[in-house]
Design a protein around this ligand. Structure first.
Ligand code: SF4
Length: 394
């Protein structure tokens, strides 16, 4: 099947049985009810009509005192922007809604801890040219845009996302491409930001085309939250043609909660797969959003149905103003313990801490080794039943 045959959520019936489709609710339009289809399904209209002001927010939800205070206090430091699509997923009355927590400022953002950092992963330090982080031997992180459809309150790159002065200019993109051309050990390029799908199609085509001309570049990855916060972007045939043209492309996206797995999201991920992309997901472990094994299990099962492979659960970084989202590491380990063995390995992402100061990702896993004595290894399984394994003596 071709992505050109699957353009609407109705077309999904050509691929998926009814009981699968029913797991993905059809989202409404919230306060944008009555918007013409030609506008609603236009990603540029979605960007132009983002909820960015308190009066607009008040139309979408019953804003609490905390949220109102937080808007005044926080939005200068980190703006608010919620796409019409994503805003329609928010619960009007429940401030505990997981979509609302990711979108609406909270006064806790003003609480900067001594251990918080503006750039916890030291991405700026490891930049040989502005806008490109080269830390690992064979791969680079290439910032193509500093804008995102939705500004996530838990963002680890608050220091630059939506900051016009830090925006990726043409000159910066050229410098990044030049560095990659000259640096033969770069085999893998993560095109990220911000969100590179905020760029116009010609620019995306140009960047991917230039990368594909470089013979030592094998893997091209796109880091984008569009499939979650603006899946309508993937209705654009022109974009899909570009992605199809520059294969192989691996897309990494960012879903945090089952509520984000809508029929529109299913359409977006289906079209990405049909255009030849693999899609993986990076979840951030967020207190009172998804710090619970049942939520994580449900999310990862829905992701697999959308052919999105759960890839990472990130321990929340030490970025400034997001400490209220952080859980203890033991919470992440407990979630993994409750998933491993109880569901297929396909649904289990790596749980990682991106080490503060730029040491890279460190995987964490519950300990399944009970004892190790000489060549005798006692292991426990997911039900805590012990088994002995004898290693070779030499
Ligand atoms: S999409 Fe990613 S980079 Fe953009 S605001 Fe959200 S977390 Fe930050």
């Amino acid at each position: 099947m071709d992505f050109r045959e699957i353009r609407t959520i109705e077309d999904l019936e050509k691929i998926y049985p009814k009981h699968i489709l029913e797991k993905f609710p059809i989202s409404g339009r919230g306060i944008f009810e009555g918007t013409k289809d030609e506008d609603w399904y236009d990603w540029k209209w979605q960007l132009k009509n983002r909820i960015t002001t308190l009066p607009m927010l008040k139309k979408a939800i019953n804003v609490t005192g905390n949220e109102e205070k937080a808007y005044d206090a926080c939005s200068k430091k980190f703006k608010m922007a919620i796409t019409p699509y994503y805003s329609a997923l928010m619960d009007r009355d429940d401030p505990e809604c997981p979509i609302r927590k990711q979108s609406v400022p909270n006064v806790a953002e003003m609480n900067i801890l001594k251990t918080d950092m503006a750039d916890p992963l030291a991405e700026e330090r490891d930049m040989p040219v502005p806008g490109l982080t080269h830390r690992y031997p064979d791969r680079v992180l290439f910032y193509a845009s500093n804008d995102c459809p939705m500004l996530c309150r838990h963002c680890t790159r608050k220091r630059k996302v939506a900051n016009e002065s830090a925006d990726a200019k043409d000159k910066q993109i050229e410098a990044g491409l030049d560095y990659i051309r000259k640096t033969k050990r770069v085999r893998d390029v993560v095109v990220s930001g911000g969100d590179p799908l905020c760029l116009n199609n010609d620019k995306i085509d140009y960047i991917l085309g230039e990368l594909r001309k470089i013979e030592h570049v094998e893997v091209v990855r796109l880091g984008t939250r569009n499939p979650c916060t603006l899946p309508i972007r993937l209705r654009d045939d022109k974009l899909l043609e570009i992605l199809e043209k520059h294969q192989p492309i691996h897309v990494n996206t960012h879903y945090n909660h089952p509520k984000e797995c809508t029929r529109e999201a299913l359409l977006a991920n289906t079209r990405l797969s049909l255009a030849g992309c693999t899609v993986g997901n990076q979840t951030v472990l967020l207190r009172n959003v998804n710090d619970n094994a049942n939520i994580m299990l449900k999310l990862n099962h829905l992701l697999l149905l959308m052919k999105v492979r759960p890839y990472y659960i990130f321990q929340c970084d030490l970025s400034e103003g997001i400490s209220h989202f952080r859980t203890k590491v033991s919470v992440g380990l407990e979630i993994l313990e409750k998933m491993r063995g109880w569901t297929s390995g396909l649904a289990i992402p790596y749980y990682v801490v991106d080490s503060p100061g730029g040491g890279g990702k460190i995987p964490l896993t519950p300990n399944y080794v009970v004892s190790h004595d000489g060549n005798k290894l006692v292991l426990r399984n997911y039900k805590n039943v012990e088994f002995t394994y004898h290693e070779p003596i030499n």
